[in-house]
Design a protein around this ligand. Structure first.
Ligand code: MTE
Ligand code: MO
Length: 465
């Protein structure tokens, strides 16, 4: 069979350019099947140009022999063998891994992308290929065999732990955790007044089942005790293996008690949704800090240390902090605000899409809701008339332990469309276990970096005649 590179498959994303997909190493031209797809044409086109696996993981109806048989009829070739990472001279991003074309790319180098919002709530766990990706630097090529995690113990003694040693020495721990970037929903802030940062929509948030070892077990092995942090504020600092051109690594830190407190679920994860951690998500080892902003979940983890100071990293000191709407770039002083750790309560509508035309009669609205610090979501209110009247949505998904509710709830509401309406102003807002609520508008929480954007989410749709 003829062989094609992933980039070639990626160019076939529309009926005009023909629709190609892959399954395993096989390549299929499914152009003639698009109209026949039982789930509709728009759904099958989401997978165009890339792998079917993440979609079939969501829509389990595909795991049947006859579906594979149908697919075989459209086979046109095979994927060419993985190319040697030929580090193209001068482009530090040439070694980045391939990505799924369904992702909406906000920046290619470094790679930053979110899934289409309506896919986010199709599945409680986000398939790895569709999980949002937020990189500040090129993805480092880490050789798992020679990889050693450096852990600095009390007094400066450094342990070097290989992956097999980590897996052998410490019990495996699994937690379902939602990660959200501080900049999720930033584009809504920019509509009020331009902010600096990537223009994320509502999908810089995703959920996975992470597997790994507990950070507290590793720190205890290195000689730290739970009480240690009480002698004065201490911080656990992380360094990534991804480096900028001057050799400075990505870094961040969390308070010692977040890592070492009783019941702490901070992980050094080597698995994501039952698979080996993908390169974009920190292969071979990353930190997962449940309930805490994405930026502290350091990927490609190289070194862990404990310090009376927070991480000296740019991303801890001079970024990922919140400010008053009164502060702008000419007046900002980053030393005056604390680094973001636990995130505030958040929710958004993922379906219908803004500007969609919906049929009269009944409408189903879907979305996600989540809060930081292990505070579960207790309720989501939805309005179809801009916030004049409200209904309570139905929550679905895992209900986790109070205080350790690290993952989102999905929600949906089916309600009659107000008769005579031509347009609907759909609004959602969530309430967390501490009865924290979302602010109703963006203006009062506007900040120059466009972080912590969690106002009521609004989507306007048109009613079909
Ligand atoms: N870790 C390293 N080493 N380098 C990075 O650029 N980005 C951070 C964090 N950890 C980053 C990192 C940010 S800002 C976020 S939001 C999350 O990773 C995103 O994790 P994901 O790409 O697995 O979704
Ligand atoms: Mo982020």
């Amino acid at each position: 069979a003829p062989s094609s590179a992933p980039e070639e498959v990626g160019r076939h994303r529309s009926l005009a350019e023909r629709v190609w997909v892959t399954y395993g190493r096989e390549v299929f031209d499914i152009t003639d099947f698009v109209e026949l797809h039982p789930g509709g044409k728009s759904k099958v086109l989401l997978a165009a140009g890339g792998a079917l696996e993440p979609f079939w993981a969501m829509y389990a109806v595909h795991s049947q022999a006859h579906v594979l048989e149908i697919l075989q009829a459209y086979k046109v070739g095979e994927l060419s063998p993985e190319e040697q990472s030929q580090a193209t001279q001068g482009d530090p991003y040439s070694g980045d891994p391939p990505r799924h074309p369904a992702l909406q790319v906000n920046s290619l180098k470094p790679f930053n992308a979110e899934p289409p919002a309506e896919l986010l709530t199709e599945n409680y766990l986000t398939p790895n290929q569709l999980f949002f990706k937020r990189n500040h630097l090129p993805v480092p090529a880490v050789d798992a065999a020679s990889y050693r995690l450096q852990v600095e113990g009390p007094g400066g003694r450094v342990l070097a732990l290989s992956l097999p040693e980590l897996k052998r020495r410490f019990p495996k721990h699994e937690v379902t955790v939602t990660l959200q970037c501080a900049g999720n929903r930033r584009s809504e802030m920019s509509r009020v007044r331009q902010v600096k940062g990537l223009e994320w929509g509502v999908a810089a948030i995703s959920t996975a089942r992470w597997g790994g070892v507990r950070l507290r077990d590793v720190l205890a092995h290195a000689g730290y005790r739970e009480e240690e942090g009480e002698a004065g504020e201490q911080h656990v600092c992380f360094e990534g293996l991804d480096k900028d051109l001057s050799g400075v690594a990505y870094g961040a830190s969390i308070p010692y008690r977040t890592a070492m407190g009783r019941g702490a679920d901070v992980l050094l994860a080597y698995e994501m949704n039952g698979e080996e951690l993908p390169r974009d998500h920190g292969y071979p080892l990353r930190v997962v800090v449940p309930g805490v902003v994405g930026a502290r979940n350091v990927k490609w983890l190289g070194r862990v240390s404990v310090s009376p100071e927070e991480s000296p990293s740019h991303w801890q000191q001079n970024d990922y902090k919140g400010f008053s709407p009164a502060v702008d770039w000419d007046t900002v002083d980053f030393t005056t605000a604390p680094a973001i750790q636990e995130l505030p309560v958040q929710s958004a509508i993922t379906d219908p899409a803004p500007g969609a035309t919906v049929p009269p009669g009944e409408l189903t609205v879907k979305g996600y809701a989540w809060s930081g610090g292990g505070r579960g979501v207790v309720r989501v209110d939805v309005s179809l008339d801009g916030g004049r009247t409200w209904r309570v949505a139905e929550l679905t998904g895992e209900e986790q332990q109070p205080g350790r509710a690290w993952a989102w709830r999905l929600w949906q509401l089916t309600a009659p469309v107000p008769p005579g309406a031509t347009e609907l102003d759909i609004v959602c807002k969530a309430v967390d276990a501490s009865y924290n609520v979302q602010p109703d508008t963006v203006e009062p929480i506007w900040n120059l970096r466009g972080v912590l954007s969690n106002a009521w989410h609004r989507v306007t749709v048109t009613l079909a005649e």
